[in-house]
Every structure is written in structure tokens, then in C-alpha cells.
Design a protein around this ligand. Structure first.
Ligand code: F6R
Length: 629
């Protein structure tokens, strides 16, 4: 975190999709298809590849990558240099024509692109006036034509002609890009560039890769360079150069990736989501490992890059994030306020950056992001840093843009999260907030005994979750009972409110059943109108300080014939007597309960979606990494 400050670049909206490119001695097609499969979570409405072998050979197909594979299975494309892409449609509907790669006017250059060319209409007008014709509705095709026409306008003797053409073209582009380009007249060269869309170079033995994230290439090399905005890269099989589009010198650092490919494979699980739910005992252990100091009853978070004095001086915290990460932040707000008595404010990252949130120099901003690439969160981070605030990050993806641009932070070490619905990242984020709360708390009001008790609670979590997961069959049966409902309501109070929000989001995004999360007492302020015998309410009602108040709210639902599913503390028969179905969670410190309470809700939404035959790992309209504003 904060190792490389690419810093203050103006935020621009970005788009999703995935790029994989290869140059070396091996057949490119199988490597590209394997990489695309691993990136499919970034977008999955169409895909395509271009292989250079004397001339360009292109194949593109709407739908999943399996469609492209099927199309190529009868007539594989041979060649040792190629580019490929999996798309999440922005400009133009998903179809074969709009899929990438796109070609230039002479059909000699192929280009794949993540991002958006904001001035594409002006560029298109110029190109049309110069006689170019276009086949697709995409801004990317315009970019391909622009690079192609630059290439054609340069004398054949121009050194690094393709690289120069790309640089000249990108100087005319307003917007964002991660691009990879090949040209039939340059059979041994692959060029790429990034601005606002991640791109990573993989360095192999006599081969190089370019990809949107490391998961696409780690099976082949662990040596990588995370490119920075404005980097311009030229690859041959055994060399690479990194320059800058801005003509300034560009520095880079070769890193070793700590990533096991088997972590990104299904193994015996039917879906990544289920695998990742079951990985939570380990991912929580990894979040905690080496970060507890029993002697001081505190936490050790060296990556914060803050002295004890600076940590003591924090007077206010603003947490900002999106989606599930925001829900973890809502839980984090309660944890930090409760353990450290520091006022915490939580805000949607998309709102924070456009809001004049008053802050003073003792305000600490924390951004939370599994991918480290979410555009809204990145925008908020850049806005906070522009205003001069210290920003910490809680990220999973090592080397991601957010991780690099923060002043410090804590890595989640949760391993790759492939399922589009976030699960283990939520519990890891909450665990890190618990560590932060402990650290800040021990500098303020938390006693040694309280700190020690809290540490014991953190250490108990992996075993408690393992035990909880044994209830999977029971939860599946409950899901079967309610799978046909149109709407569900989730209720939780205080620290459990974030869990209610997260439970509802999980249900919506993978089952497409309408679901909303509320602080339980809000029921009577309007939501109660929704209650009838077809609308289940899911109450997170552990044995905490608000249990009795929650029970009263449950009674209000029961009085109106609303079915209730309760998440209650083991042995709480009073709650079980009111609820129609009860899932028990082990007793724990109030601030750690959300980590346990969310697990049955993850399983409940998972099984509901499976029973409804939904595409659990790739729900409609979604992509894992939301790099669009
Ligand atoms: C929900 C989900 C999204 C993400 C959100 C932020 O299951 O996955 O709501 O949590 O898009 O993503 P990150 O954490 O990558 O910034």
C-alpha cells in the first residue's frame, strides 16, 4: 500500500472488461483462452481474439467464453503472438461485431481496449472524412482506426513504428484505456498502454504477457510489472521497454506475485461463491495472522505507515467504499466507535467525491475495496488526497491502483475472489476493522483485559465459522421453503445493520429476488406496509445489547402474519419460539458477531439462487470489478 504514489492524476470514468495478450514461442490461442477464462468474471457478454501469423486471424463471439472456444475448436488459429478480450458492453450491444478485437481500416492492425474514448465522435468524424468506414458501434473501433492511420502516416523507416503510432494516437484520446495492439507488418512486436484501466506485464522465459490482472497469467509467470497510468509498453518475445506517453521518463518495478493458481480454481465446489464462503475460516485466519500482539493486548498493523503519535491524534474517521465493501464499512463504523470512541462517518464513495464533506487535518479517510480498482472508490480516494488528507486502504488485490495510491493500509490476504458476489472479502474487511478498532481502542479507552478478551474472540472466529458451515444443508432447506417469494426484508440493529444490508444485497444480486436491509426499528416507519404472509423478514437477532428490542420488532411482524427467519445466538429458544425458522450462530463479542451472522445469509442467498437455477458466479448485468463511474 502506498508504495508507489502515482498520485494526483485527474479521475476519469473507466470501464470493465478483461485483456490478455501474449508474445513468445508457444501457440498463443490456448494461452489466451485460458487467460480469458480466468478473467471472465470481469465481463462476460462477448469475447474474441486475434492471432498474428503472416496476417491477422480474428475470431469473436457473443456470449460466454465457452462460445468462443466452441467456435475455435473446429478451426484453431495458429501463431505465437496474439491479443484477446472479454467484454462488458458499454458502447453498443453485446454481439459478434461489437466484440473485441477491432481492426483498423486496412485490416492490418488489431486492438483490444478497456475503457472509454470520450471524444470518439469527434475522432470518428475526422476519420470518416478521411474515408474510413466502420463496422461496429464501439468507441474501440475508432481507436483501432486512429492507431492504424497514424501507423500508415509514419515512414516505414520510423524506429518503433507501432509504438510511435500508438503514442501519437493516444495523445489525441480523451478518456481511459488499457490497450493491447498488434500489426500484421510488425510480426514480432506487441504494444500496449494504460490510463485509468489496469494492465500488468508478465515476464516469462522468452515470452511476455499483458493482462488486466495477474490471475490471467500467474499460471505462466510470477514475475510482473504493474503498469502505471500513461505507461507505454513494447514487447517482443525476449525484451520489453516501458516508456511514457507523456514523454517523461517512466520508472517501473518488477514484483513477484504471491498467488497460487489453485486458489482461483473450483476444485470440488460447484461454484466459486460456495468455495469462497467455505474458505472463510482460512481467509479470516490470514487477515489476522501476525497482526495480534498478546503482550500488549493490541493489534500490529505496520502497513498503516503511521506512528503511534499520529494514530493517537486521529479525531475523526471517514470510511468510503461501494457495495459489499461499504457494508463492511458500516460494520467498521460501529466497531471503531464502540472500541475506540472515535467518531466515524460512512459514505458511498460515489457520493463522497461530489460532496463537500468538511474534514480537518485530524480526519483519517479509509477506503475499502476488494479489487482495488473500483472507479467510484478510486475517485473518492483521489479527491481525499487532493484535499490533503491521509488515506488508508483496506484492499485484497496486491498492486491494485487503490492499494498503490493510498498512504498506507492493510491487505486482506483473502486470496482471489472470483465469484461476482463478494463473500469472503466482506468477512476479511470486517476482521480488519476489528483489528483497527482494537489498535485504536488500546490507545484510548480499551483496557488490557478488554483487549485480551477481544483477541481471544478474534482467534476463535475460524473454528466458529467452520462449525457454522456445517449447517449448510439446513440453510438449503430454508432456502427451498422461501425461494418463490417476490420480496424479502432484512433487519439488524447497530453493528448488525451492515449485515442486514449485506444479506439483502447478496439475495438481490444472485437470486434477483427483491430484498432490502433496514435497521430493525425502522420497520414501523413505513416498511411495515410491506409485511404479509408472502414476505419473509430475516432478523439478525444475536444475544447482544439490543436483543430484547429486536424481539419486540419481530412480534410486530408476527402480529401481521409475516414469516420470520432468525439468525440467533446458540441456545436462544425465546427467539426460536417466535421465528418460523432459526439459524443459530455461536456467541461472540458484539463487534465480532457480524462476521458470524453474515455466513448463514451468504449461504441462504447462494442456495436460493441455485434452486432458482440462476448463474450464481456470473449474475446478469454484473461484473466483478466495477471500473465504471
Ligand atoms: C457485491 C459486490 C459489489 C462490490 C462493489 C465494490 O457482492 O461484489 O457490491 O462489493 O462493487 O467492489 P470492490 O470491493 O472491489 O471495490
Amino acid at each position: 500500500m502506498g508504495l508507489e504514489l502515482t498520485g494526483r492524476a485527474r479521475y476519469l470514468p473507466l470501464f470493465m472488461c478483461g485483456i490478455v495478450a501474449y508474445i513468445g514461442k508457444k501457440e498463443a490461442q490456448p494461452l489466451l483462452l485460458d487467460g480469458l477464462r480466468r478473467l471472465e468474471y470481469r465481463g462476460y457478454d462477448s469475447s474474441g481474439l486475434a492471432i498474428l501469423n503472416g496476417s491477422l486471424h480474428v475470431s469473436k463471439k457473443v456470449g460466454r467464453i465457452s462460445n468462443l472456444e466452441e467456435c475455435l475448436s473446429g478451426a484453431p488459429l495458429s501463431g505465437t503472438i496474439g491479443i484477446s478480450h472479454t467484454r462488458w458492453a458499454t458502447h453498443g450491444e453485446p454481439n459478434d461485431t461489437n466484440a473485441h478485437p477491432h481492426l483498423d481500416n486496412r485490416k492490418k492492425l488489431a486492438l483490444v481496449h478497456n475503457g472509454v474514448v470520450e471524444n470518439y465522435q469527434a475522432l470518428k468524424r475526422k476519420l470518416v472524412a478521411a474515408g474510413h468506414t466502420f463496422e461496429s458501434e464501439t468507441d474501440t473501433e475508432i481507436l483501432a482506426h486512429l492507431v492504424g492511420s497514424m501507423y500508415d502516416s509514419l515512414p516505414a523507416s520510423t524506429p518503433h513504428r507501432l509504438e510511435t503510432a500508438l503514442k501519437l494516437a493516444l495523445k489525441q484520446v480523451q478518456g481511459t484505456y488499457g490497450v493491447a495492439v498488434v500489426h500484421a507488418d510488425e510480426p514480432d512486436v506487441l504494444v500496449g498502454a494504460r490510463r485509468g484501466s489496469p494492465l500488468v506485464l508478465g515476464i516469462g522465459q522468452d515470452e511476455h504477457f499483458l493482462a488486466s490482472d495477474v490471475s490471467a497469467i500467474v499460471a505462466h509467470t510470477q514475475k510482473v510489472v504493474y503498469l502505471k497510468d500513461f505507461d507505454l509498453i513494447t514487447l517482443t518475445g525476449n525484451s520489453f521497454t516501458i516508456k511514457s506517453i507523456t514523454d517523461k521518463p517512466s520508472e517501473f518495478q518488477i514484483s513477484e506475485v504471491d498467488y497460487r493458481t489453485e486458489d482461483a480454481e473450483l476444485g470440488s465446489f460447484p461454484h466459486f461463491m460456495l468455495k469462497e464462503i467455505f474458505e472463510q475460516p482460512t481467509s479470516i485466519q490470514n487477515a489476522v495472522r501476525g497482526r495480534l500482539n498478546a503482550e500488549e493486548a493490541s493489534a500490529v498493523l505496520g502497513g498503516l505507515n503511521m506512528s503511534p503519535q499520529e494514530l493517537r491524534e486521529v479525531e475523526r474517521i471517514v470510511i468510503t467504499a461501494c457495495g459489499t465493501a461499504l457494508h463492511a464499512g458500516i460494520v467498521g463504523e460501529h466497531i471503531i466507535e464502540s472500541l475506540a470512541h472515535i467518531p466515524v462517518e460512512i459514505d458511498f464513495a460515489s457520493e463522497f467525491r461530489y460532496r463537500n464533506c468538511p474534514m480537518d487535518r485530524r480526519t483519517l479517510v479509509i477506503v475499502v475495496s476488494q479489487s482495488g480498482e473500483t472507479a467510484d472508490t478510486l475517485g473518492a480516494l483521489r479527491e481525499a488526497r487532493r484535499r490533503g488528507y491521509r488515506v488508508l486502504g483496506i484492499c485484497n488485490n496486491v498492486g491494485s491502483t487503490i492499494a498503490r495510491e493510498t498512504d498506507g493500509g492493510v491487505y486482506m490476504h483473502a486470496g482471489p475472489e472470483i465469484g461476482v458476489a463478494a463473500t469472503k472479502s466482506f468477512t476479511s474487511q470486517v476482521t480488519i476493522f476489528a483489528l483497527l478498532g482494537l489498535l485504536l481502542g488500546r490507545m484510548r479507552f480499551l483496557s488490557f483485559t478488554q483487549g485480551s478478551e477481544f483477541i481471544k474472540g478474534l482467534e476463535a472466529l475460524p473454528d466458529q465459522i467452520t462449525k457454522l458451515l456445517k449447517q449448510a444443508d439446513k440453510i438449503r432447506a430454508i432456502a427451498d421453503k422461501y425461494k418463490s417469494v417476490k420480496s424479502m426484508l432484512y433487519f439488524g440493529r447497530n453493528v448488525q445493520y451492515g449485515v442486514a444490508m449485506e444479506g439483502a444485497l447478496k439475495m438481490k444480486e444472485i437470486s434477483y429476488i427483491h430484498a432490502e436491509g433496514y435497521p430493525a426499528a425502522e420497520l414501523k416507519h413505513g416498511v411495515i406496509a410491506m409485511i404479509d404472509h408472502h414476505t419473509p423478514s430475516i432478523f439478525i437477532v444475536p444475544n447482544d445489547s439490543l436483543r430484547n428490542k429486536n424481539i419486540s420488532t419481530m412480534q410486530e411482524v408476527k402480529a401481521r402474519k409475516g414469516p420470520i427467519i432468525a439468525i440467533a445466538t446458540e441456545g436462544d429458544e425465546d427467539v426460536a419460539a417466535i421465528a418460523d425458522d432459526t439459524i443459530f450462530v455461536p456467541a461472540a463479542h458484539e463487534c465480532l458477531l457480524p462476521i458470524l451472522a453474515v455466513v448463514p445469509l451468504q449461504l441462504f442467498s447462494y442456495y436460493t439462487a441455485v434452486l432458482l437455477n440462476r448463474d450464481v458466479d456470473k449474475p446478469r448485468n454484473l461484473a466483478k470489478s466495477v471500473t465504471v463511474e
